[in-house]
Design a protein around this ligand. Structure first.
Ligand SMILES: [Cu+2]
Length: 147
């Protein structure tokens, strides 16, 4: 329902002389950039996914879940400092405020992947879902760790 409302707003914009900037304000959306999955250590079926999640809309969004056909379970994780050590902790939701970009990167926020299929394809479809039932599809690439 939300999606079709956005489509109509979008076509309203393209059909008028409104500036594209003004249209971007109404056509609220989420853009996922640079998504990748770190290639798991040989023999392991766990890894992590990283990306930038940009909220180009005027309403705050909250990431609540992610799913993909090539992995059994995906959790949202962050890293915290505890007794001088970096530890991963699961979080139930990740706010993506209007107009902001949330970066998921090594040693920070990430999607934790459990029960990976092997071997993994080079291109991995991924669905991110937000509070209210709005979902965004993206494609993550498989990337060998730099270090
Ligand atoms: Cu983790």
């Amino acid at each position: 329902m939300i999606r079709s409302r956005r489509f109509s707003l979008l076509s309203l914009c393209t059909g008028t002389l409104l500036s594209s900037l003004a249209c971007a304000d109404v056509a609220a959306d989420v853009v996922v950039d640079g998504a990748y999955v770190r290639e798991p250590v040989p023999g392991r079926n766990m890894s992590a996914a990283f990306m930038q999640i940009k909220n180009t809309g005027t309403e705050d969004k909250t990431l609540v879940s992610a799913s993909a056909p090539w992995t059994e379970r995906i959790e949202i994780h962050t890293h915290i400092h505890e007794n001088g050590m970096m530890k991963m902790r699961q979080i139930q939701s990740l706010p993506v405020p209007a107009g902001e970009t949330v970066v998921l990167q090594p040693m920070g926020l990430h999607l934790m992947l459990f029960g990976l299929q092997q071997p993994l394809a080079q291109e991995l479809p991924l669905t991110l879902c937000f509070a209210g039932g709005d979902c965004v599809d993206t494609t993550a690439v498989l990337r060998t760790p730099d270090h």
